[in-house]
Design a protein around this ligand. Structure first.
Ligand code: DX5
Ligand code: ZN
Length: 227
């Protein structure tokens, strides 16, 4: 299966929440492919962020696909609310889903794309049995909970392993990486086989949104082409 195109997904976690709609429109105008939305419950991760009403507000601000990353316990209980609010892609953590295959089916039955997410300490083998069913895999390259953390290099090997398994399969699966992605790291992540890149701090703290998104895309495309 060929690798899908490069997707640059700015994470609104690093945006100014007092001007959220404006910031979402700004990254959309600057060339973002997806908007990444980090939902945290204060239990699965030590931070608390947003719920469905904010996803609804982001939905109203853009037509871009909303890549909603659920860092919450028992996501099967509330993921429908995020889909109703306008999520296009729903990511659930493997660590929170004892019935992962069923959860994937329930997301897809609602007509949206299903993504499985792995924490840094979670081995890729845990998602191998569902690679023929999911639409997306997200490798966390920081421990989830906060923006602005340092990229964990050991996750590149996990990306490469997953890329090999995805390429050997028949299904088109987006391979995304999240945490510490910027101009210093995106090339290596793409070289390992990721095609979708979440970037919070690197995008929203940049003085030139259009410039940084173009630079990230150029580095990722160059590294993917050179594989
Ligand atoms: C971390 C979140 C990330 C975060 C990334 O738990 O899942 O999406 O926003 O932020 P940066 O790009 O600053 O590492
Ligand atoms: Zn995220």
């Amino acid at each position: 299966m060929s690798i899908p195109p490069v997707r640059i997904a700015p994470s609104i976690l690093a945006a100014d929440f007092g001007r959220l709609a404006e910031q979402v429109r700004a990254v959309a105008d600057a060339g973002a492919d997806w908007i990444h939305v980090d939902v945290m419950d204060g239990h699965f991760v030590p931070n608390l962020t947003i719920g469905p009403v904010v996803v609804e507000a982001v939905r109203a601000a853009t037509d871009l696909p909303l890549d909603v990353h659920l860092m919450i316990e028992a996501p099967e209980r509330s993921m429908g609310d995020y889909i109703d609010a306008g999520a296009d892609r729903v990511g659930v953590h493997v660590e929170t889903c004892p019935n992962l295959h069923r959860t994937i089916q329930e997301i897809q039955a609602r007509g949206v794309k299903a993504c499985v997410v792995l924490n840094p300490a979670t081995p890729p083998e845990l998602v191998r049995p569902v690679l023929c069913d999911v639409d997306q895999v997200l490798v966390m390259s920081v421990n989830p909970g906060f923006g602005g953390q340092q990229f964990i290099e050991s996750q590149l090997e996990k990306v490469a392993t997953l890329r090999g398994w995805i390429d050997a399969g028949e299904r088109e699966v987006e391979l995304e990486i999240d945490g510490g992605i910027g101009t210093g790291t995106i090339g290596r992540a793409a070289q390992a086989g990721a095609n979708a890149f979440v970037a919070g701090t690197a995008v929203f703290r940049a003085p030139d949104l259009r410039g940084v998104i173009a630079e990230l895309r150029k580095e990722a495309e160059g590294a993917l082409a050179g594989r």
